[in-house]
Design a protein around this ligand. Sequence first.
Ligand SMILES: Cc1cc2nc3c(=O)[nH]c(=O)nc-3n(C[C@H](O)[C@H](O)[C@H](O)COP(=O)(O)OP(=O)(O)OC[C@H]3O[C@@H](n4cnc5c(N)ncnc54)[C@H](O)[C@@H]3O)c2cc1C
Length: 433
Amino acid sequence: MNHIRTLILGGGMSGLSCAYHLNSPYLLLERSDEPGGLSRSIKQDGFVYDHTGHLLHLRNPYTLKLIPDLLGDNLCLNERRAWIYSHHTYTRYPFQANTFGLPTRVIKECVNGFINAQIDSQPGPAAGPESLRSWVLRTFGKGFGKYFFFPYNEKLWTVSADVLTSEWVAPFVPKPSITEAIDGALSDQTKKFGYNTIFYYPKEGGIQALAFAFAKPLTGVRLETEVTAIDLSKKEVTTSVGETLAYDHLVTTLPLARFLKLTKPLPLEIQAALSLLRWNSVYNLNLGIARANISDKHWIYFPEKKYRFYRVGFPMNFSTHMTPPGCSSMYTEISYTPGNHPDDRQAYRDIVRGLHDCGLLTRSDKIISQKVLDIPCAYVIYDQNRTPTVNNLLAYLESLNVHSIGRFGAWKYSYMEEAILEGKSTAEKIDGV
Ligand SMILES: Cc1cc2nc3c(=O)[nH]c(=O)nc-3n(C[C@H](O)[C@H](O)[C@H](O)COP(=O)(O)OP(=O)(O)OC[C@H]3O[C@@H](n4cnc5c(N)ncnc54)[C@H](O)[C@@H]3O)c2cc1C
């Protein structure tokens, strides 16, 4: 039996980064025939499709140097053009700072509600995470909740704002001041808010160009090798080809729930904790259109129920190399609960009808390419159980020299930069740096 010092499961950003930063022997096992995980790109009919939008929001000094080093000239920097579409009107992102152009009654409800929430300013609950509904009402008031936060988040997460907690909001939801909210109600203000005001993106090859750049110098990557069983007491992993590999350190980037299902022995309390993990799935329909410049935006949020998608984005505006000349492309995103996969024909009809309804597609537009990319594990659900459960599970695994990292390994709402940094810090821990 082969014995490997560090076995890495999964060749997405976190697994690749861990391998890239290790200074000791490792083997990375990836079930797909290409590296990248969720950061893979599909080339079809001359279009490049990512798994919805995968944009590089870099803040850390290390990644701000590493990514340009890896991609060289193949990198461009974009200033975010993100919008919301509601009441037949485009408003700038974030909604809470930009209601200009919406019907007066909507603006009134939003701004008055915001001011009242600030005047009433209540502290959050003393114990336990606050529900998203309570946090929104306390922070932004009823109007912003009614017209954006509740419908949008319930569409995205597939659970109610009472079930969702607000633990994940801090890095992702900008908080304007009252003055800024009033300015944005009275005029088309262009002030930028939030963590993602700019983003990097490869000029060519879609986001997978970054995965390929990470993988290029790696000698210990084995593709098309699925992990089928893990024995934690023997410290052994079995693969789809029937091989058994022994390890000292195990780094897993598989969805935590999936990893534990493949694992034995599992104490009863760990099995019970596992059953508390919840997640949603995303159905991503990508379309290629035979018309240039169908939109000048990067992406648009759709909070209203009449649109089945919660977001639509435009890869040709990330980089001009994403479509054939004279064409545009769109990614559309629908969330669903696992086991409730959308019917392809119905989803296509609903999406195309919605795109016509909001004017993104015109009657004469020709859809010349389409590609469904399914993301079975997309957003982990932050409910009251999630944090204590994940803390228990990760502590149990750490005690057995198993590092469960990345968006799905650590079962959290995170992004590629964090995956890359976690891969690096895990490698350093293993190397004893
Ligand atoms: C809809 C959506 C949009 C997003 N947009 C952005 C964005 O704009 N910007 C951003 O920074 N981040 C974005 N993210 C987050 C980003 O995708 C993740 O943070 C990042 O890709 C996580 O990388 P990972 O390596 O941890 O996981 P993954 O990419 O999921 O990699 C895990 C790997 O494990 C492999 N694997 C699974 N099971 C097995 C098995 N049994 N054996 C062997 N291999 C296996 C998989 O094939 C996969 O390659 C988005 C995520 C979603 C869902």
